[in-house]
Every structure is written in structure tokens, then in C-alpha cells.
Design a protein around this ligand. Structure first.
Ligand SMILES: Nc1nc2c(ncn2[C@@H]2O[C@H](COP(=O)(O)OP(=O)(O)OP(=O)(O)O)[C@@H](O)[C@H]2O)c(=O)[nH]1
Ligand SMILES: [Mg+2]
Length: 458
């Protein structure tokens, strides 16, 4: 009923793309795949054809550079169907990694003026879409490739890899089997509705078993990291007592004066947020008002803003002027000593010495922020894809409706869950949604959206 549905094999026209990253490199890769990929390539080779065997072949490709025909040597990795990524004939050409040369090779392979067949340029993700269509790439793997390509931080990269063995998918798979068994019992009740003494499953029993399934799914989902939370940049806040030098440090890290620095305590009155690049990562750096007992409405508002930013922070930099009493230990915060220029010889046992004036410790602080975010990112929590979250929420809602119908039947004194047709419909709808998560079902719009996120050549 919910078996993975490989699409019907369609004639695959030859598609070609540069599959290596843009720019110069030692080696570039041009990939061509499709039913007549060998014919397209063979017609443009000095030797005339390519041998149809899984092999590495050294070829000379005729290309045109600035109106002149010339021959370019290439190493061809030849993969006849069906043993290739896409399932159809595929050749990967290893060439010198010059963007103009790679473009000329793609031009030659797509040149439709030639008497021989030509390829067309691949759309983003088209190779992977074909692999999926050929049943060679499960949707979960495609999803993982898309997220891996798109990962902008180590956290996103790690989360993409966690999809390899997703407990959410396993839970949906197990729930599918349990709901299918319940559906069979409910449907049996419909078939035997004229025999009142035959009850395939009692309403109370049905409600209890459904609740057991929903509770199990809830438990799994609670221990996941939502995909959206990874997309948001991590918030890093500067907090500490008034006048600690938070705003000065904020400006020094940004490299420009974005917020007021002043000897008057309490000068920062709101949370001020700016993006900051740290190595290859980006964070949102946030300057906060100092920690104070609010004496009036404005101060109360300032403290509220401070609290709320602190709650959302991935990392707090606890700032204290060097030589002052260290703030109470907080393992989630990084201790930052400010104004180190005022006490050049004092080396505290913990924390980082910094000065906004001399810039001492700023590089160390940046590195510590990057380290902290990396270790926080490698949490064991698996990723919950946004489309899976939606499908699970919908499945849970159908399951709850079925359980409520069963409860109402018990309250009415009915032995079986009524109306059985409606209960069955709810269970079937839940199965459809669970099938999306378990990877048994893939709506077409999801496919389009997924493969469009790939880049050309993948
Ligand atoms: N010597 C020295 N003075 C500093 C340094 N950083 C800040 N100050 C001074 O400390 C005072 C307070 O600096 P701010 O950056 O405004 O402190 P703040 O923590 O943002 O203060 P509030 O916003 O009022 O909570 C100013 O007079 C700064 O010039 C530093 O690295 N060295
Ligand atoms: Mg300030």
C-alpha cells in the first residue's frame, strides 16, 4: 500500500554539466549522463567512439576555442547503465580545472549543429533527480545530499549527516506498521458490522493503542533539533554588570563603532544585534544593557530585553572588568575579562583577558567563540526536517481524532469505535502522513522543491 514507488523508466536524454566547483583547480569534472551519452561523447572524440565497459579510458576530445578546433586530452570514467549514479549511461570526464576549458567541453557536447546527437545542459539537481527516479537514491539520501551541499556551518553539516540513521524515520516506520494493524482491525469491524457480537477491536482498546503510538512519536520528536533552528544564526550575547565594557568590546569585535560607549553606567538601554563573521561561520553578536535591579519602568524594560536575549542565546560572554570579583560560575557562559590594559600583569586563573583599547585577546576570544559553537553544534540530537515536522503534526492530529472517536464510543456504551468508516479514514490519513516521514511516499511538489535546491552538476 505504501511501498516505495520507483517512477516508470523514462527515456533519459543526455544531460551534461560541470560537476566540480566554480573557479580554477587542478582537476575539473564534466559529467554526462543519459541513454545516448556514449554516442554524444563518441562523436566528439578523436578515436571516434568510447568502449562500452565500466573502465577508465584516456580520450582526446575535439573542442572549439576562440573559433579554432583543437583536441583536449581527458580521463574518462565510463559507467554503463545500470551501474551508475543516475542508472543510465554516464561518463565523468576529468580535465584540467580551467573554467574556460570546462565551458568549451560543455559547449562541444551540447553543440546541436553537429550531425551527431548532442546533450543538453542539466538543470540544478537533475542528476540526483534521475538517480531518485531510477530508484537508486532514496529520498532521505537525496535530502541529506541537499542539506550537505547547502550547509553553511559545521552544525548544519553535522545535522545533515545525522539524517543517515534518522530515529524519526525509524519511529514513523514502526508507527506505520502499528497503525496499519489497527486499521485492519477497524476495517474488519466494518465488514462484519451485521454480526453484532463480533468486535475485532474494542473501542477502549483502540483508543489506548493509538495513544501509545502518539506518545511514542512525541517522545522521539522531543529529542530532535528542528531544521529551522539550524538555519537561524547563533546568537552570542555580551552580558555583565553596568560599565563592564560590553559595548566597547562589541564595537571592537565588529571593527566599527556601532553602539555608544560611555563612562556613565547604564548607557546601553536595549539589545543591539549585528552579524559578525568568525572564521567561516557567522553569528549574531548582541550587546545588552548591564545587569541591574530595575528602579523604574524604563529600567524594567531594559532588564526584560536583556533577559529575553539571554534566553535565546546560544552563547553568553560574561564580561567583567579585570580585577573585579568573578561572576558566579555558569558553565554555558564564557568568562571574558575586560579592560585588561588597566592591569597588565594580572593573569586570572580562568577566562580570557581582553581590552577594547589595545585589542588584546580579541583573536583568542573569537577562537573561543568558534570552538564553543562547534562543540555545542555536535550535540547528539538528530535533525527533524521541516517537512517531516509538518507531516508528523498532521499524522498526530488524525490519530488523536481517531482516539477521540473511540473515546466517545466508549462513553456512549458502544463496544466498537463508531462511526467505523470515519475512524478508518482518520487512520488512513495518518498513514499517508507517516509514509512521507518513513520515506514510503514522496509528494511530487516536495521532489521539485528538493532537487531545485541542488546546484547544477549534482
Ligand atoms: N581602559 C579601558 N577602558 C575601557 C575599555 N573598554 C571600555 N572601557 C571604558 O569603560 C567605560 C564603559 O564602557 P562601555 O563599553 O560603555 O561599558 P558597558 O558595559 O557597555 O556599559 P553599560 O552599557 O552602561 O552597561 C567607558 O568609559 C569605556 O571607555 C578597555 O578595554 N580599556
Ligand atoms: Mg553598553
Amino acid at each position: 500500500m505504501h511501498a516505495a514507488a520507483p517512477r516508470p523508466a523514462e527515456a533519459a536524454d543526455a544531460i551534461v554539466a560541470i560537476s566540480s566547483p566554480p573557479g580554477r583547480s587542478l582537476r575539473g569534472l564534466v559529467r554526462i549522463s543519459g541513454d545516448d551519452a556514449f554516442a554524444v561523447l563518441g562523436a566528439r572524440l578523436a578515436g571516434g567512439s568510447i568502449e562500452r565497459a565500466r573502465s577508465i579510458q584516456f580520450v582526446r576530445l575535439t573542442i572549439e576555442v576562440a573559433g579554432n578546433r583543437c583536441q583536449c586530452p581527458a580521463t574518462a570514467l565510463v559507467m554503463p547503465a545500470p551501474r551508475s549514479f543516475t542508472g543510465s549511461d554516464t561518463v565523468e570526464l576529468l580535465l584540467p580545472g580551467n573554467p574556460h576549458l570546462l565551458a568549451a567541453v560543455v559547449d562541444a557536447l551540447t553543440d546541436s549543429r553537429a550531425p551527431a546527437p548532442s546533450a543538453r545542459r542539466a538543470n540544478p539537481g537533475e542528476f540526483s533527480a534521475r538517480a531518485f527516479a531510477a530508484g537508486r537514491l532514496p529520498i532521505a539520501d537525496a535530502e541529506r545530499i541537499a542539506l550537505t551541499i547547502a550547509a553553511e556551518s559545521r552544525a548544519q553539516f553535522a545535522a545533515a549527516q545525522s539524517l543517515r540513521a534518522s530515529p524519526v524515520q525509524a519511529a514513523a516506520d514502526a508507527a506505520t506498521r502499528r497503525v496499519t494493524a489497527l486499521l485492519a482491525l477497524v476495517e474488519a469491524g466494518i465488514d462484519f458490522s451485521d454480526q453484532e457480537d463480533v468486535v475485532a477491536i474494542e473501542a477502549a482498546e483502540l483508543a489506548a493503542r493509538i495513544r501509545d503510538i502518539t506518545a511514542h512519536i512525541d517522545g522521539i520528536v522531543r529529542r530532535t533539533t528542528p531544521e529551522e533552528s539550524l538555519r537561524a544564526l547563533p546568537l552570542v550575547v555580551l552580558h555583565g554588570p553596568p560599565n563592564a565594557g560590553k559595548s566597547s568590546l562589541f564595537n571592537a569585535l565588529l571593527g566599527r563603532t556601532r553602539t555608544v560607549e560611555s563612562a556613565v553606567p547604564g548607557s546601553t538601554r536595549d539589545a543591539i544585534v549585528e552579524p559578525l563573521s568568525i572564521g567561516s561561520a557567522e553569528v549574531l553578536l548582541c550587546d545588552l544593557p548591564g545587569i541591574e535591579d530595575p528602579q523604574n519602568a524604563l529600567a524594567a524594560h531594559m532588564q526584560l530585553a536583556r533577559r529575553s536575549a539571554l534566553d535565546r542565546a546560544r552563547l553568553a560572554l560574561h564580561c567583567a572588568p579585570i580585577g573585579s570579583a568573578p561572576p558566579s560560575a555558569d558553565t554555558t557562559a564564557l568568562l571574558v575579562w575586560t579592560k585588561s590594559d588597566t592591569s597588565p600583569t594580572l593573569i586570572p586563573t580562568s577566562g580570557i583577558r581582553t581590552s577594547a583599547h589595545t585589542r588584546e585577546g580579541l583573536d583568542t576570544l573569537r577562537a573561543a567563540i568558534a570552538d564553543h559553537l562547534d562543540s555545542a553544534a555536535s550535540s547528539d540530537e538528530p535533525l527533524l526536517l521541516e517537512r517531516h515536522r509538518r507531516a508528523i503534526a498532521s499524522a498526530q492530529s488524525h490519530l488523536r481524532s481517531a482516539a477521540e472517536l473511540a473515546d466517545a464510543s466508549v462513553a456512549r456504551g458502544s463496544r466498537s469505535a463508531d462511526p467505523a468508516e470515519v475512524v478508518a479514514l482518520e487512520l488512513r490519513s495518518a498513514l499517508d502522513e507517516l509514509g512521507i516521514v518513513a520515506g514510503h511516499r514522496t509528494p511530487d511538489d516536495v521532489l521539485g522543491e528538493l532537487f531545485a535546491r541542488f546546484c547544477i552538476g549534482k
